[in-house]
Design a protein around this ligand. Structure first.
Ligand code: NAD
Length: 280
C-alpha cells in the first residue's frame, strides 16, 4: 500500500525511490522553475526529474539547494534523476555528460541516471558507461527511458547490471500493459512520463465521472491509477496549487472496477514520439 507522498518503491539494488515526483520538462531556466522545485520540496515531494536536454539543470539545482537549506533537509532525503541526451551516447561521452549534469545541478551524485532514448547502435556503449559510474559508486541507480521490450531484450543480452528503472510515456490512452508485465518479470521499475497526457485528458468523460464520484480531479484520479498499478510517476506543474493537488492522492482509493474502467480506455495513443521511430 502506498499511503504517503514520501513512500518509496525499492529498486532491485535496494535503493528506495519515491513513487511520486515532480517533472520539469519544458520549464525554462528562471524564477518560475526555481520556485516550482522549492515549492514541491516544501510540500513534501522528495523526487525531481530533469534531463540534460531540458536545459534547466542549473535552475533545478538552485531550487534543490535553496529548498534543502530552507527546509533543513539533508541531500540524502532527495531523489534526483537526470538523463543522458542522444548526442552524448558513447562510453567516454556519456561519462562526460554525467559530470556535466552534476556540475550544472551542483550535486556530487545523482540518485538515478537514465539513457534518455534507445538510439540504435549507441545505447549499449552508453550502458557500459552507466555501469561504470554505478560500480564506482558515483550514481545510486541506473536505468533507461523510452525502451520497448525489444530494446530491453537487446540491452539485457550484454548488460552486467540490469536497469533498475524504465521511464516511458504512460497514461490511460497508452497503458503499456505488455511492457509493464515484462518489466515486472525482470525486476525493472516502471515509471510514467506525461502521466496526464500533457493536459489532454481532462475532458475525458469516464475519468470525469470517476473523479466526481471521489470528489477528486481527473489529474488526481490518473495519478492514483498509476500508484495503484505500482508505477512511479512524475506529473509536471509549475503552479503551487497544482503541485499540491497532484500530491493529494493518498486519501482515496480506486475500486478494482474503476481501475479496470481506466485500463480499458487504452487506445495505443502517444503524445510523444514512438521509440521505434524517432529522428533525434
Ligand atoms: P504531464 O502529463 O505531466 O502534463 C503536464 C501538463 O499538465 C502541464 O501543462 C501542466 O500545466 C498540466 N497540469 C499538471 N497538473 C495539473 C493539474 N492538477 N490540473 C490541471 N493541469 C495540470 O506532462 P509532461 O511534463 O510531458 O510529463 C511529466 C514529466 O515526465 C516531465 O516533466 C518530464 O520530467 C518527464 N518526461 C520524460 C520524457 C522522457 O522522454 N523520458 C518525456 C516527456 C516527459
Amino acid at each position: 500500500m502506498i499511503e504517503h507522498l514520501q513512500d518509496t518503491t525499492t529498486l532491485h539494488n535496494g535503493v528506495k525511490m519515491p513513487w511520486l515526483g515532480l517533472g520539469v520538462f519544458k520549464v525554462a531556466e528562471g524564477l518560475e522553475l526555481v520556485q516550482a522545485v522549492k515549492s514541491a520540496i516544501k510540500h513534501g515531494y522528495r523526487s525531481i526529474d530533469t534531463a540534460a536536454i531540458y536545459e534547466n539543470e542549473k535552475g533545478v539545482g538552485q531550487g534543490i539547494h535553496e529548498a534543502l537549506l530552507e527546509d533543513k533537509l539533508p541531500r540524502e532525503k532527495l531523489f534526483v534523476t537526470s538523463k543522458v541526451w542522444n548526442a552524448d551516447l558513447g562510453y567516454e561521452s556519456t561519462i562526460a555528460a554525467y559530470e556535466a549534469s552534476l556540475s550544472k545541478l551542483g550535486l556530487d551524485y545523482l540518485d538515478l541516471y537514465l539513457i534518455h532514448w534507445p538510439v540504435q547502435g549507441k545505447f549499449k556503449e552508453a550502458w557500459r558507461a552507466l555501469e561504470t559510474l554505478y560500480k564506482e559508486g558515483r550514481v545510486k541507480a541506473i536505468g533507461v527511458s523510452n525502451f520497448h521490450i525489444h530494446h530491453l531484450e537487446e540491452l539485457l543480452q550484454d548488460a552486467e547490471i540490469k536497469p533498475m528503472v524504465n521511464q516511458v510515456e504512460l497514461h490511460p490512452y497508452l497503458n503499456q500493459q505488455e511492457l509493464i508485465r515484462f518489466c515486472k518479470d525482470h525486476d525493472i521499475q516502471m515509471e510514467a512520463w506525461s502521466p496526464l497526457m500533457q493536459g489532454q485528458l481532462f475532458d475525458q468523460p469516464i475519468l470525469n465521472e470517476i473523479a466526481t464520484k471521489h470528489g477528486k480531479s481527473v489529474a488526481q484520479v490518473i495519478i492514483r491509477w498509476d500508484l495503484q498499478h505500482g508505477i512511479v510517476t512524475i506529473p509536471k506543474s509549475t503552479k503551487e496549487h497544482r503541485i499540491i493537488e497532484n500530491a493529494d492522492v493518498f486519501n482515496f482509493r480506486l475500486s478494482d472496477e474503476e481501475m479496470t474502467r481506466i485500463d480499458s480506455l487504452h487506445q495505443n495513443h502517444r503524445v510523444g514520439p514512438d521509440p521505434d521511430n524517432f529522428d533525434f
